[in-house]
Design a protein around this ligand. Sequence first.
Ligand code: 2AM
Length: 188
Amino acid sequence: MKLFIGIEFQPEILDKLYSLQNKIREKVRTARFPARENLHLTLQFLGQTPEEAVEAIKNSLKMVAHDSRLFALSFGDELGYFGPADQARVVWLGLKDDYLVLLELQKNIAQAMFVLGFAQEERGYSPHITLARDAKFNNSQVFMKNGQLDIPVEPFPAISVINFSLIESRMVQGRIVYQALERYRLDG
Ligand code: 2AM
């Protein structure tokens, strides 16, 4: 089974992220857009995982959550991209600077998963919400020198993160379906 660990969003936030995807849609020739209900913030990608390992992962995540506290998250106000400017591999919304507690949680999860044999990301963790992939924009003016996109982002309300989830990713009739196997309340 293919697994990852992430933060899911409330419907109001999904609606806002979806509107932002529509703004990107207006500016691209081609792109792939994750479905509204699949938008999330990845904490760690686990990838293909044997079913027998799931119990240990769940126990380990329970312990991490037990030692972690709730925190607020503020979304950034500009869109960034990874990859070359003529075809952005990923178009993303980042976070405002103040996300130390998130980084601490991510580090603790990565450490706990490392103990179970999951490699740490070599690139390091760069928190982002993927809104589009393989985006070819109509006009190169959209790429600004600071590595951001010239697409206005309306302010998002800060959110309270009360849990994170172990999520299974499956292909169902050609569509990616994410299903939370378990949610972990931050109760430290
Ligand atoms: P991304 O959206 O930031 O690219 C579920 O597939 C999530 O895990 C995706 O949102 C993706 O994050 C991340 N992911 C998928 N494949 C990955 C890989 N090979 N390495 C790291 N993260 C990956």
